[in-house]
Design a binder for this molecule. Structure first.
Ligand code: AMP
Length: 249
């Protein structure tokens, strides 16, 4: 069997038995969004980004968006009641039955506990499939460079980077021609706050999951395709019968 067939067989067999939930952890700018999008395509399960959902509410001027707007602009965490209701409603949808990828949620130990409690309640107390925590590890210097070079399309929400892709250096979106802008929370002050929140409130999630859920750490300081290959390897490895011990892959 050629490598491509092995890869396809492995990827296709991941969701065969029980549902798979991937919890992606990584500092702002670590490439979670890019990797989760690719992973969702490969595994054919939904990519659920709490940040994307909140920004969609901002764009739609909904009451949810109004309540979250200040916190997002300043790089603070949005109120748990809002975030939990958004995420729980989304993961209850039919298309999440075979699994889903969480990006940006949970962001605190309290949110991780609430997620466990919700899934336990929904599964009526039975075990609820496989869970994998995927941590993208990226050096601080790269994070700041990536965040300050990020440009987004206000219409279609496509993401570009002035340092990484030629299209990011264009003034307008290559897909719909809208003027590219920086995210309000990609300013220096908000970046510093978001990185601090990640260190202080999000990283302790690893200890919460340790020993109960497989944790794969992947070096996110490589070209995006190399990261994807390692992420996929980690998922295949951990979702198979023989889980490997943790460690940087
Ligand atoms: P992100 O796109 O994941 O970088 O999220 C952008 C912003 O949305 C964060 O800085 C927070 O203000 C808010 N946000 C996203 N996810 C959460 C969450 N799980 N809990 C609280 N706030 C969140």
């Amino acid at each position: 069997m050629c490598n491509q067939q092995v890869k396809e067989k492995n990827v296709n067999s991941i969701g065969e038995n029980r549902s798979l939930v991937v919890i992606a952890l990584g500092a702002p700018g670590s490439g979670k969004g890019t990797q989760c999008t690719k992973l969702a395509e490969l595994l054919q399960i939904p990519h659920i980004s709490s940040g994307d959902m909140l920004r969609a509410h901002l764009r739609a001027n909904s009451s949810f968006g109004g309540k979250a707007q200040k916190a997002i602009a300043h790089g603070r965490l949005v109120d748990d009641n809002l975030v939990l209701s958004l995420v729980f409603q989304r993961i209850s949808a039919m298309d999440c039955a075979a699994g889903f990828i969480l990006d940006g949620f949970p962001r605190t130990v309290e949110q991780a506990q609430a997620l466990d409690a919700y899934r336990f309640y929904k599964s009526k107390g039975s075990r609820f499939g496989r869970e994998i925590v995927l941590q993208l590890v990226v050096r601080s210097a790269s994070l700041v460079q990536r965040l300050s070079g990020r440009r987004v399309c206000p219409s279609c929400a496509s993401v570009f980077n002035v340092n990484a892709d030629a299209s990011g250096r264009e003034a307008s979106c290559v897909f719909d021609g809208s003027q590219l802008v920086s995210r309000t929370d990609d300013c220096e002050e908000a970046i510093a706050r978001r990185l601090q929140i990640y260190e202080q409130q999000t990283l302790p999630i690893l200890s919460y999951y340790a020993g109960r859920v497989e944790i794969a750490q992947v070096d996110g300081d490589q070209p995006a395709d190399a990261v994807t290959a390692q992420v996929l390897r980690a998922i295949i490895c951990y979702s198979g019968e023989k889980a490997k011990p943790g460690g940087l892959l």
